[in-house]
Design a binder for this molecule. Structure first.
Ligand SMILES: *Cc1c(COP(=O)(O)O)cnc(C)c1O
Length: 434
């Protein structure tokens, strides 16, 4: 049997295994719903980027883990140990990184809505760089940096006008995006001039992020070319030469067997060739390159285990398998109609011929995890149901809708398991109520 990722298999007893561990045993030990995170896979994915960067990009180049994909202390610890930088988007992520012992000099602070309070917090904790999204932020950052008597490193977020042909909610690099400042309209050049006039901001370069779950052949190459042409234009107009070009995150991962599987090393080599070639043509020095992979670091390192609670057959219509979780722990299908591979963990030897919809237990018809999947005919209450490739944007997007507690998150490493995030109990759910 071939699975969407190498860390998925079948044990001697015919149970689904993940990171070499029996998922039924994990469900038994820790309860369900349960997030699993394969630490070895996270490290492998980090190293894939780090090695490709070392082989292809010049000094100062670094991949940053986009923490929003899955942010909890153990993950910042692992990213730090592997030598990744991080991209953070909130005081909460900064605090989590700090408590994990992550060196914030390697953190870049993103976001299109930073308040004065957010900016003060990030500066006081020593965040390495700001990715400045808009003019208001630039001026607020200048004021705060002046107050502190520092010169803050920053890059400017720009929109290169590239359509990566993924789904609309995650397209972010187009001219009409809510993020960044558009190159096409000429506003980006004004933004750069304004930034260069700020005494307490050290402008290192520019940033773009075209989208997420990107498989397109040349999306990053096109984005790099547009950004490098802009760097050349800025040099011509102002004399300023950018030293850093951040190309954002977005490489796609395999959720179902029909998805392609990207060779990240090869992708990065191709982007590097474009960067080299375009810089040569434009006669500009090659900037240090940053990228911000989130999904491709953690998605295939994750799996969620549930238990079936009901099987509903509506003759002539459709069938539902309801689980003990749902959009509270995984809102991605409700938000984006995301695809997943779903398996009956204890029945891997049985034929999967029961066509059904995997439904959550929230009071919301849209609370589905996946439609039109195949599970064994014998599926019934109590069976462990595994949803694969849930490491990205599941735990980090989880909510307490209907006041269900969020699941525990278990790290798997070298055949051992340990709790990285405890299960939310009833006392946690009422903790802030007065
Ligand atoms: C979401 C995001 C990322 C990470 O994207 P992935 O698709 O998870 O790799 C990186 N950079 C920025 C600015 C983002 O918004």
């Amino acid at each position: 049997m071939e699975f969407v990722c190498e860390n998925i298999g079948v044990s001697g007893e015919g149970h689904l295994s993940f990171a070499g561990q029996d998922t039924l045993a994990l469900a038994e030990e820790y309860g369900t719903p349960l997030y699993l995170m394969d630490e070895d896979r996270v490290r492998f994915n980090c190293r894939t980027y780090l090695e490709a960067f070392k082989a292809n990009f010049g000094p100062g180049s670094l991949p940053l883990y986009a923490a929003k994909a899955a942010a909890f202390k153990q993950l910042f610890r692992v990213a730090g140990e592997e030598g990744m930088g991080v991209d953070v988007v909130s005081p909460g992520e900064i605090q989590t990184a700090l408590e994990a012992g992550f060196d914030l000099a390697g953190a870049w602070y993103h976001g299109n809505g930073k308040t004065d309070e957010d900016i003060r917090f990030a500066l006081s904790r020593g965040v390495g760089g700001f990715v400045v999204d808009n003019v208001e932020e630039l001026l607020a950052l200048e004021a705060e940096a002046e107050r502190r008597g520092i010169r803050q490193k920053a890059i400017l977020r720009l929109t290169p006008g590239i359509d990566p042909h993924t789904y609309a909610a995650v397209n972010t690099g187009m001219v009409d995006s809510k993020f960044g400042v558009a190159i096409e309209t000429g506003q980006a050049l004004d933004f750069v001039r304004l930034a260069l006039g700020q005494k307490h901001i050290e402008l290192l370069g520019f940033h773009c992020h075209v989208g997420s779950q990107v498989f397109g052949e040349d999306v990053f190459e096109r984005a790099a070319a547009v950004m490098l042409e802009f760097i050349a234009q800025v040099r011509k107009e102002t004399g300023y030469v950018a030293r850093v070009l951040d190309l954002g995150g977005g490489y796609g991962v395999r959720y179902v067997a029909s998805d392609p599987s990207l060779d990240i090393g090869q992708k990065i080599a191709s982007v590097a060739a474009t960067v080299k070639e375009v810089c040569r043509k434009l006669n500009i020095p090659q900037p240090a390159i940053q990228m911000e992979p989130g999904r491709s670091i953690v998605a295939d390192a994750g799996m969620t285990l549930y238990r079936a609670v009901a099987v509903k057959r509506i003759p002539g219509y459709k069938n539902y398998v309801t689980i003990d979780g749902g959009m509270g722990d995984d809102p991605r299908y409700a938000l984006y109609r995301s695809r997943y591979t779903v398996l009956a963990a204890g029945k891997m030897g049985e034929e999967a011929s029961f066509r059904c919809t995997l439904a959550g237990r929230c009071c919301e018809s849209g609370d589905l995890i996946q439609e039109d999947i195949l599970l064994p005919e014998s599926v019934r209450r109590g069976d462990v149901i595994a949803v694969c490739t849930t490491g990205a944007y599941n735990y980090s997007m989880a909510s307490n809708y209907n006041r269900f507690g969020r699941p525990a998150l278990i790290m798997l490493r070298g055949g051992k398991s340990s709790v990285a995030v405890r299960r939310e109990g009833l006392e946690d759910l009422t903790r802030l109520d007065v």
